[in-house]
Design a protein around this ligand. Structure first.
Ligand SMILES: O=C(O)CCC(=O)C(=O)O
Length: 263
């Protein structure tokens, strides 16, 4: 795992911005495993028409896949928007954390304690119809009981294809995590990460005036690590190229000694 910055430098950056870029996190051999896992899962949706709780497809029309899922309407077979708990469906994707040492080499050194694996998502963002992911904070989706045991969540989002501005790479609002305050977009159902009838967006200019968004393109195999409080989004994919990515999320246990500052 050729992360060139020291853990101290990463930790400082994470504390300041809420997100850090990790170049070439995944070697070509592991990227191959990820490509195979993604292709296999996406291939399983070729005959699927209706999204389920964990397998969400894109759809034509207003609101795209989110609206179609909520209304039980037909989606576009093979055009996956997101698959939750992807590690339970793909041995290839499940193998990646150990192959790369995500917890031992990143989460634990950054947090000071090992993380508890939380979930793995395949964000497929398919060519032409891949929809946007509006501004949000991931921690909004965590249950109250979760907050009793954990202080934050770190997501390691790994690009499986080159993620560029035109095919919907991620965009962040550095610094939006600092007050550790969560904002619920109007109309969202925090209990259902996949089924909101329309997908609302945070009004970042109003909530965090003075902060400047940054766009973070990533080459395949490179990654972003971010906390659960930093606001982020991604644009639609209107190109002919798929933009697949897989994220691994870890819950960060509270330290036994004293209050947490969060990063
Ligand atoms: O990959 C995307 O387009 C969105 C990812 C995201 O919002 C997340 O990992 O929380």
């Amino acid at each position: 795992m050729p992360v060139t910055q020291s853990i101290q430098a990463l930790s400082d950056e994470l504390r300041r911005d809420g997100v850090v870029a990790l170049d070439d996190l995944v070697p070509e051999s592991v990227l191959e495993v990820m490509r195979r896992g993604c292709a296999e899962l996406i291939g399983r949706t070729e005959r699927m028409r209706i999204s389920t709780e964990e397998w969400q497809l894109e759809a034509e029309g207003e609101g795209g896949g989110w609206a179609a899922r909520a209304a039980g309407k037909e989606c576009i077979p093979g055009k996956v928007r997101i698959i939750g708990r992807a590690h339970e469906h793909s041995a290839d994707l499940a193998a990646v954390p150990d192959l790369v040492g995500l917890n031992e080499k990143l989460i634990e050194p950054l947090h000071g304690l090992p993380g508890d694996f939380y979930d793995c998502f395949l964000w497929a963002k398919p060519s032409r119809v891949g929809s946007q992911k509006p501004w949000h904070q991931d921690a909004i989706f965590l249950a109250d009981e979760w907050h009793e045991k954990y202080v934050d969540v770190y997501t390691i989002w790994i690009a499986v294809d080159d993620a560029r501005e035109d095919n919907g790479c991620l965009r962040f609002l550095p610094g939006s995590h600092r007050e550790r305050k969560l904002y619920e977009p109007d109309g969202i159902d925090p209990g259902d990460i996949f089924a909101s009838p329309r997908e609302p967006s945070l009004d970042i200019a109003r909530i965090w005036p003075g902060l400047t968004p940054v766009t973070l393109p990533r080459k395949a195999g490179s990654a972003l690590l971010f906390n659960g409080y930093v606001a982020h989004t991604s644009a639609p994919n209107t190109t002919e190229d798929d933009r697949r990515a897989v994220s691994y999320c870890y819950s960060l246990p509270r330290h036994p000694a004293g209050p947490e500052s969060g990063r």
